[in-house]
Ligand binder design. Structure first.
Ligand code: NDP
Length: 339
């Protein structure tokens, strides 16, 4: 196959004797081809938008060893148009979305004007969304949808009671609050930023609780309150959430913003039949991805996306990634890679 040897802008992470650094660089298609040589069923994409998720923040700053190969183009999400395809499902001109599959970790990712990926990893851009809206959702929103689907598969309905969302002003949390309230659940949001209470209420939270109520070591069992939970924080927060679930309540655990440990006891599980469901978006099988995106198209009030999203250019990605890890970013960040 031939692809024009044109030049494009990308964020590139390098690690060598000079240290760990992420910089905007001009790359060319030969470099992209060389870096993605072993890709099966390759599809080349003209990327229009990407995003910044928590994991992108870790990759760009080098705070955790997210990047497994150097040099690496970060970006676990992208939306764009197919420029060349060797995959039977995709033709030139198709609008597509990519989330996860190790892209931005072991395979060059979306914070770039071009990407070359295995077509099996792509999903068609849902007609309900523009590429920018799909990236306002991004991995964070698609993970929030996986959490909602898991709660529903476990039989949690609005009649069962309140749903708790932790790390609520972040990306996963914001979309989870919006989705759950749209579906008729009573949502209680937990945040460390009391100044975001009005924002969380505008997304549909009926009550906003302080992060500090959950983040210290607690009792094995607390007063039963929640029918379901979406936890993006981990550590003591997740342990305290489990301890305060109603009988047979369901907790979906997807994040580690507060730590990857789980200092809990078995008491909620063996005395109250609490269910703890792990959520992984990265290697999630294609049928569940397609269902999640279909459900997002149906169940997410797109008018709420604008309030939870800021749009930046590729040149602002490094500084914004730092702010994201410092918990200073509200909701979602879309990167317009051509801005
Ligand atoms: P964001 O940075 O957008 O949101 C994280 C939120 O967590 C913050 O906004 C803040 O919310 C809260 N928070 C931050 N630091 C702490 C702390 N020390 N203690 C308690 N709460 C804290 O990240 P995302 O929404 O993109 O991701 C959230 C988590 O989910 C991350 O850990 C991420 O790695 C994980 N994730 C996992 C996926 C999976 O496949 N399992 C997919 C996507 C994300 P507030 O200010 O409201 O308290």
């Amino acid at each position: 196959m031939t692809v024009n040897a044109d030049s494009f802008q990308a964020l590139l992470i390098e690690k060598d004797d000079a240290g760990y650094r992420a910089q905007l660089q001009a790359l060319n298609t030969d470099a992209l081809m060389a870096a993605t040589q072993s890709t099966a069923n390759p599809v080349t994409i003209r990327v229009s938008h990407s995003t910044l998720n928590y994991k992108d923040g870790l990759a760009i700053t080098g705070k955790s060893p997210v990047v497994r190969k150097f040099p690496m183009v970060p970006g676990i999400d992208l939306a764009g148009i197919v420029a060349h395809s060797e995959h039977p499902l995709y033709a030139v001109g198709d609008a597509v979305v990519l989330n996860g599959w190790g892209v931005g970790e072991t395979h060059w990712g979306g914070l770039s004007q071009r990407a070359r990926l295995n077509g099996d990893w792509l999903v068609p851009l849902p007609k309900a969304f523009t590429p920018a809206q799909a990236m306002a959702i991004g991995t964070a929103g698609y993970t929030a949808m996986l959490c909602v689907m898991a709660l529903q598969r476990q039989g949690v309905t609005p009649e069962h009671g309140e749903i708790l969302v932790t790390g609520a002003a972040g990306g996963v949390g914001s979309v989870a609050v919006a989705l759950l309230s749209q579906l008729g659940y009573k949502v209680v949001a937990v945040t460390g930023r009391p100044e975001e209470a009005a924002y969380l209420q505008s997304l549909g939270a009926s009550e906003v609780l302080a992060r500090a109520d959950f983040s210290s070591p607690g009792k094995p069992l607390a007063k039963e309150r929640w029918a379901g939970a979406v936890d993006t924080v981990g550590s003591h927060t997740l342990a305290n959430v489990c301890a305060s679930m109603k009988y047979r309540g369901v907790v979906t655990a997807c994040g580690l913003a507060g730590g990857f440990d789980l200092p809990a006891t078995v008491m909620p599980f063996i005395l109250r039949g609490v269910v703890l469901v792990g959520i992984d978006s990265v290697m999630c099988p294609r049928p569940d991805r397609l269902e999640a995106w279909e459900r997002l198209a149906k169940d997410l009030d797109v008018s709420k996306l604008a309030a939870m999203t800021q749009i930046i250019g590729l040149g602002q990605a490094v500084d914004t990634a730092k702010a994201l890890l410092e918990g200073q970013v509200r909701g979602r960040v879309v990167v317009d890679v051509n801005a």
